[in-house]
Design a protein around this ligand. Structure first.
Ligand SMILES: Nc1ncnc2c1ncn2[C@@H]1O[C@H](COP(=O)(O)OP(=O)(O)OP(=O)(O)O)[C@@H](O)[C@H]1O
Ligand SMILES: [Mg+2]
Length: 256
């Protein structure tokens, strides 16, 4: 098997006395599409926030493309990573959030360009061209000069996606990106994710309650429960033929 693009090795995470994750071991292969399901509070968001460097593991290692994300070598010892190390290793990771997190005072185009020019130091002309191309790809070519408040929720979420994609991450994280949307807007956002998934080369981790969608695009589904990955396998194994009793109960809530 190819070298994983991301590995979690015995990762634990507590908030104060509350142990949220108690030993996560997970390999994500380049181009693999991983869906994460599980009850509210099971730690789905926490798993991907640690990879985005928004939350520090309590113990264990997260390896991105061969580099330890949260630790670095200093005088022959592994020590806590500094900001520079985190920024460098995180450069391969992109994330789309439930609540878009667009900058309200910037146009759609500026929202897309800002990380390219400020973080990646891409020149303005190239950043503009790449951003327009990406906005066209998510169906927003006619809206580049608008501001976020002039768009629908589904359009805003597609801007958030274009903004993350234009950075060309090797791994894209999606945290319930359709759950804040009106039902009639969910389809257009899932359609864009499906298109990106079909293109191939990027690994994707999707926290989702859309079971049909997970069945359609995921190579692997993880069921998170009780602080661990309680079951994992192909979508057919996990969603259509679940063995774990708590997983069966969980899926019943989605009429499965
Ligand atoms: N910054 C934080 N401080 C304290 N507790 C936190 C923090 N972030 C998450 N938690 C707690 O950790 C647990 C897991 O949270 P997390 O958001 O990862 O769950 P989730 O599976 O994404 O849930 P949901 O489906 O509701 O989004 C919850 O009990 C939550 O209250
Ligand atoms: Mg969550």
């Amino acid at each position: 098997m190819a070298k994983p693009i991301v590995s979690y090795k015995d990762v634990h995470k507590s908030f104060g006395d509350v142990k949220v994750l108690t030993g996560i071991d997970l390999d994500i292969q380049p181009a693999e599409k991983v869906a994460v399901i599980g009850p509210s509070g099971s730690g789905k968001t926490t798993i991907i926030r640690m990879l985005m460097t928004l939350e520090e593991p309590t113990s264990g290692d997260i390896i991105v493309d061969g580099e330890n994300l949260w630790k670095m070598e200093k005088s022959g010892k592994m020590v806590r990573a500094n900001e520079k190390h985190l920024r460098e290793v995180r450069g391969d990771i992109g994330m789309v959030f439930q609540h878009f997190n667009l900058f309200p005072h910037m146009t759609i185009l500026e929202n897309c360009m800002t990380a390219l020019t400020n973080v990646k130091k891409v020149d303005k002309e190239t950043a503009k061209k790449d951003s327009i191309d990406m906005l066209e790809k998510v169906g927003l070519g006619d809206h580049v000069e608008k501001y976020p408040q002039q768009l629908s929720g589904g359009q805003k979420q597609r801007v958030a996606m274009a903004r993350a994609l234009v950075m060309k991450p090797k791994v894209m994280l999606f945290d319930e990106v359709t759950s804040a949307l009106d039902p009639e807007l969910v389809g257009e956002v899932l359609e864009v994710i499906r298109d990106i998934a079909k293109e191939g080369e990027m690994a994707m981790v999707l926290v989702t309650h859309e079971m049909d969608f997970a069945l359609d695009i995921a190579d692997k589904v993880l069921f998170l429960d009780g602080g661990v990955i309680a079951e994992q396998g192909t979508p057919q194994e996990v969603i259509e033929n679940p063995e774990n009793e708590r997983l069966q109960d969980f899926l019943h809530r989605f009429n499965r």
